[in-house]
Design a protein around this ligand. Structure first.
Ligand SMILES: [Zn+2]
Length: 219
């Protein structure tokens, strides 16, 4: 009889002392890859006042890394580049897959020949009919979900023009083995949006809203 009591106590203790399984651990999200677009000789878009897309994307990526790591202590955030140098598409994709990322977020600024073009949009991967066996294929639904959440949170927070989410055959998304999106943060070719991209307040709110979306996505 005494033996059975001890087994009972032991089992109870095991259950009582099981570590709290947070929703984050349940979601399986351990590593988030942030990909600052362009770099080195590839400046990306250029604003009328001289702002370079490659500098903005790196700045926003570093801010986003800091905010995510501050809020989600169990998640590590890795940048495909952390300085001003060129990276090929293959290097970006290889980095994300080798580090076994669980989410891939590529940061860009939009550009147009018309300096009036403005707004915020997020892209998910959409395959070509001639290429239906890309790796990203199986993650498209999750990419659409993440894109939708980012779009909603950012537009609500920043009160900027909502261009919606769109599917696109982006090479940087095609062979990434995790849900993946490209964020077009603002039009660098629109002078007032170029000002936004230089503004502390805009960038702080932007990365905070993107992080809100990630938290809701992995909940
Ligand atoms: Zn770009």
């Amino acid at each position: 009889m005494i033996k059975w009591i001890w087994i009972f106590v032991l089992l109870n203790t095991l259950f009582l002392f099981q570590p709290d399984v947070t929703s984050l651990e349940k979601s399986g999200i351990k590593t988030i890859i942030i990909d600052p677009g362009h770099g080195g000789n590839d400046t990306g878009g250029v604003g009328k006042q001289g702002l370079l897309e490659k500098d903005v994307t790196l700045d926003i990526a570093k801010r986003l890394q800091k905010v995510i790591e501050g809020r989600l202590s169990d998640v590590r955030v890795l940048l495909t580049r952390d300085g001003d140098y060129f990276l090929s598409i293959d290097e970006r994709v290889g980095f994300a897959n080798h580090r076994k990322g669980d989410l891939f977020i590529s940061i860009h600024t939009n550009a147009s020949f018309s300096q009036d073009a403005s707004g915020f949009e997020v892209y998910y991967f959409s395959p070509l009919e001639s290429d239906l066996d890309s790796i990203q294929q199986e993650f498209i639904d999750e990419g659409i979900k993440l894109a939708g959440l980012i779009q909603k949170k950012v537009v609500n927070r920043l009160k900027i023009r909502d261009m919606g989410i769109k599917g696109c055959y982006f090479l940087v998304l095609k062979d990434v083995m995790m849900p993946a999106v490209v964020i077009e943060t603002a039009f660098i070719t629109n002078p007032s949006e170029e000002d936004n991209l230089k503004s502390e307040g805009f960038k702080t709110d932007l990365v905070s809203a993107i992080c809100d979306a990630i938290q809701e996505d992995i909940r």
